[in-house]
Ligand binder design. Structure first.
Ligand SMILES: NC(=O)c1ccc[n+]([C@@H]2O[C@H](COP(=O)([O-])OP(=O)(O)OC[C@H]3O[C@@H](n4cnc5c(N)ncnc54)[C@H](O)[C@@H]3O)[C@@H](O)[C@H]2O)c1
Length: 385
């Protein structure tokens, strides 16, 4: 029995769940939104959003650039219904891999399993909500039973699949996605995790213990003697290998948090640790509400990232930070991108290429090691490529 029961007996959530069900919105390339962004968003953060749209559609998506695009996801975005934007981007080959907080992936499973999250109000009595067995994420409301039943599905998956041994989070999420597709056919239209498995998009989590998915994996180990071991080293090497294999590299960063760094550390890992002179990112787009003045990574600008070798110094015009709530900025951005000339491209399906890419990383790292001077001088980085 869970320590915290989902509401006192006889309580049903009352009126709290009478708000509309939150659905995953799929952007459709609206010409009016494109017109607004091109002609109406001219200055301040509207101007930056317009710039982000231009960098993505006119540079990152140019076929000759063949940019490998990483999307990082932090903040309560799947609970707010933004999973549909991510699904549309994957479907169109516009996102090649994802790094997300575990929370977003966990809450995505509710949609895959056909549970409902509701629109509500941020101004509610949380003691009353607790008594009614209602969970609140700002103005998103859902019954605690959604958590319990989603947890039960994860534990059931862990037992049924006999998943074991050390593995990257990309492999774990891929198998979880395949299971969802088998168990709930058609759920890929409503789930980032299931859709990613179908589209061959690897999903990584930068802090695997920090979500209800991690909590249930821990349960499985303690209670069932499960031997599944999430191996962050594999994640680090796979992300590095993906970046190394990219002709050009670019990112769309939603929020900040650990997914942002997990993506951006790829290039320093290549030059600082493996001695491979790959150079930094070519394109950098961030939607954030975080500020630079606190010194945290979440609010750090692309200019600061240059000093770490995370961003190529010569490409600062191809970087932009839009100070906007992602729940506003990202759907507008996706609507624009979907309607763009290159708003669809062949999918890279990196999930099936991970082994080959890591083998290439190993080979290049060995080569760099052989060529390393005895004095261990820092390698010269071709930052302009
Ligand atoms: N059940 C679970 O597995 C679990 C675990 C952790 C968190 N959560 C819940 O999930 C939600 C998301 O948590 P999280 O760990 O993904 O990220 P988070 O909420 O901790 O946010 C991380 C980063 O994203 C930025 N950010 C957040 N919201 C933003 C917005 N609307 N626009 C722009 N930037 C934004 C933050 O400033 C920060 O840099 C939280 O509400 C939390 O309560 C659930």
């Amino acid at each position: 029995m869970p320590h915290r029961s989902p509401g006192a007996p006889g309580h049903t959530g009352g009126n709290y769940l009478s708000g509309k069900v939150i659905k995953y919105y799929r952007p459709r390339g609206s010409a009016d939104v494109r017109h607004l962004i091109d002609h109406g968003f001219q200055a301040f953060n509207a101007g930056r959003l317009s710039e982000a749209c231009s960098i993505f559609t006119e540079k990152m998506l140019l076929p000759e650039h063949d940019t490998t695009i990483g999307l990082t996801v932090a903040g309560a975005l799947t609970p707010a219904g933004l999973g549909g934007c991510v699904i549309e981007m994957m479907e169109r080959g516009l996102v090649d891999f994802i790094i997300s907080t575990g929370a977003n992936l966990y809450h995505d499973l509710h949609y895959a399993l056909n549970f409902s999250l509701h629109r509500g109000s941020p101004f509610l009595d949380d003691v009353e909500l607790y008594e009614q067995g209602i969970i609140r994420i700002y103005d998103v409301l859902f019954p605690a039973t959604v958590l319990l039943e989603t947890d039960a599905y994860i534990r059931d998956f862990l037992v049924r699949s006999k998943i074991s041994g050390a593995m990257a989070t990309s492999e774990f999420h891929y198998r979880l996605g395949l299971d969802l597709l088998e168990k709930n056919p058609g759920c890929e239209a409503y789930s980032v995790v299931a859709h990613a498995a179908k589209m061959g998009v690897p999903i990584y989590t930068s802090s695997p213990g920090d979500s209800s998915i991690g909590m249930n994996i821990a349960y499985h180990e303690l209670m069932n003697g499960g031997t599944l071991m999430i191996d962050p080293n594999r994640d680090v090497n796979e992300v590095c290998a993906i970046i190394l294999a990219g002709k050009k590299n670019g990112c769309v960063i939603l929020g900040g948090g650990s997914p942002k760094n997990f993506y951006l550390q790829g290039q320093p890992t290549l030059w600082e640790v493996y001695g491979i002179p790959k150079g930094g990112n070519d394109y950098f787009i961030q939607f954030t509400t975080d500020q630079v003045v606190w010194g945290g990574l979440s609010g750090a600008t692309p200019a600061e990232a240059v000093s770490w070798g995370k961003v190529n110094p010569g490409v600062l015009p191809d970087t932009v930070v839009t100070y906007v709530d992602s729940t506003i900025g990202f759907p507008l951005f996706c609507e624009y991108v979907v309607g763009a000339e290159h708003g669809r491209r062949p999918r890279k399906e990196l999930i099936h290429k991970r082994e080959a890419m890591v083998a290439d990383l190993l080979q290049q790292a060995r080569q760099a090691g052989d060529e390393k001077p005895i004095q261990d001088e820092p390698p010269e980085i071709d930052r302009h490529r």
